[in-house]
Design a protein around this ligand. Structure first.
Ligand SMILES: Cc1cc2nc3c(=O)[nH]c(=O)nc-3n(C[C@H](O)[C@H](O)[C@H](O)COP(=O)(O)OP(=O)(O)OC[C@H]3O[C@@H](n4cnc5c(N)ncnc54)[C@H](O)[C@@H]3O)c2cc1C
Length: 386
């Protein structure tokens, strides 16, 4: 519906062709086995799609966020789940924007070529939750190294990543003027860290999403792995959130269209009381309603992505796009399940799987309440509530 440039259609066609090699059965079996879609991820990496936001100078395609969001959308629209790969698309942004020339030369070409996976970013902690400035993991400088101690939770794709971006406190909270200061970002080489100061404990969860508890016990990180200026790490992480939120909005849009397609198809085919169920307004109106919401959310997603690519402020649009798209995909999921009646619960229809997958996005990477709070404070000028 949205009037997109022709280049997007080429991307859509290429991703659809790649995704066709990984049909519903592939994703279903991976989900049932609680496995990781290795071949699918390898295919995306090998084709260079996950390097869409890395400049050409570092071997990426430099396509930008709008095009990257189309890639994520198409993966989800094909029945896949970008949750297995989206970290590779945006985690390198912290390095790209704030890393030294030497760090960028060292890592970005290998990330672009898919030789290095930077699928993980460790921010959330068990006792601080959304209140990130209270995080307790510390990195203390000692003899040319940082020694890390603490704990993280819900850190995704660690078992399928070579590098991880870590946010840790380098100056105690009691010694900083602002609580957002004194935190730093690091590149952790997981190949060296796991078993040598870093313990990874998987968290079984509702979605087939590889996510973990991390325990840091005197993990040593070389000094040169500090990204940017010590103490400024929280700002670096915040700077990356708009891209992450916009990409996840696009994934929700992809899910939403998948649900609408399936619901419509089934409503046309399923005959009960001698007529297709879709002939009943009680069945067709909720599908139409979900479709309208999805189309509206999609406009905000494109607005956020286009502003990001133009270098304009896009925090409000990225947050609202994530909110609207997560809500629309969830409503589409619910309607799709309802339209399928009992069959919606059967694994072989893939609806229950996608239903679980899309539900996550009202909680992570930021929960709905925190978006309300952002809009209330930053757009409407209401008092900060926490
Ligand atoms: C599958 C999965 C993967 C994840 N992957 C990663 C990852 O790779 N890296 C990473 O760092 N994190 C990751 N997370 C963590 C995720 O970002 C957090 O779960 C999310 O930000 C919410 O934080 P929390 O769970 O601590 O909830 P809390 O902060 O404890 O909040 C709990 C509830 O209370 C509400 N709430 C809290 N404070 C307020 C307030 N002031 N006003 C109104 N409501 C409030 C929240 O909206 C939420 O609904 C992941 C989470 C999941 C479930």
């Amino acid at each position: 519906m949205f009037n997109e440039p022709d280049a997007h259609q080429e991307i859509r066609d290429a991703i659809r062709a790649l995704c066709k090699q990984f049909p519903d059965e592939y994703h279903r079996q991976i989900d049932e086995a609680r496995g990781y879609p290795e071949q699918f991820v390898d295919a995306l990496m090998a084709a260079g799609w996950l390097a869409a936001m890395i400049p050409e100078a570092y071997g990426g395609t430099g396509l930008g966020l709008t095009a990257a969001s189309v890639i994520m959308e198409e993966i989800n629209r094909s029945g896949g789940n970008s949750g297995a790969v989206h970290g590779q698309m945006y985690n390198m942004g912290t390095l790209l924007r704030n890393g030294s020339p030497a760090q960028k030369d060292k890592y970005l070409p290998d990330i672009a070529a898919g030789r290095l996976r930077i699928q993980s970013m460790a921010v959330t902690e068990p006792t601080t939750g959304t209140d990130t400035t209270q995080l307790k993991t510390t990195a203390v400088k000692k003899d040319g190294r940082y020694v890390v101690n603490g704990q993280k939770v819900w850190i995704s794709r660690v078992q399928h990543s070579d590098l991880m971006i870590l946010l840790a406190r380098t100056t105690p909270l009691s010694e900083v003027k602002k609580k957002s200061e004194g935190m730093s970002t690091f590149i952790v080489d997981l190949r060296q860290a796991i078993g040598k100061g870093l313990t990874v404990r998987p968290i079984p969860n509702m979605v087939n999403h590889e996510t973990n508890e991390l325990f840091f016990d005197n993990l040593e990180i070389p000094e040169e792995n500090l990204i940017g200026v010590e103490g400024q790490g929280f700002r670096y992480i915040l700077d990356g959130l708009n891209a992450e939120r916009t990409l996840i909005a696009a994934e929700c849009i992809g899910d939403g269209y998948w649900f609408i397609d399936r619901a419509t198809r089934y409503a046309n085919e399923r005959v009960v009381f001698g007529r297709p169920i879709g002939k009943n307004q009680g069945v067709q109106f909720p599908i139409a309603d979900a479709f309208i919401e999805l189309e509206a959310a999609n406009l905000m997603r494109f607005q956020a992505a286009e502003r990001f690519d133009a270098g304009q402020p896009c925090g409000a649009q990225a947050n609202m796009a994530k909110y609207l798209a997560a809500k629309a995909s969830w409503e589409a999921a619910n309607v799709c399940l309802q339209t399928h009646g009992g069959f919606g619960f059967a694994h072989e229809y893939d609806i229950e799987r996608k239903f679980r997958e899309t539900r996550l996005y009202q909680v992570a990477p930021i929960s709905t309440n925190l978006i309300y709070s952002y809009v209330a404070e930053h757009l409407l000028g209401l008092p900060r509530s926490f």
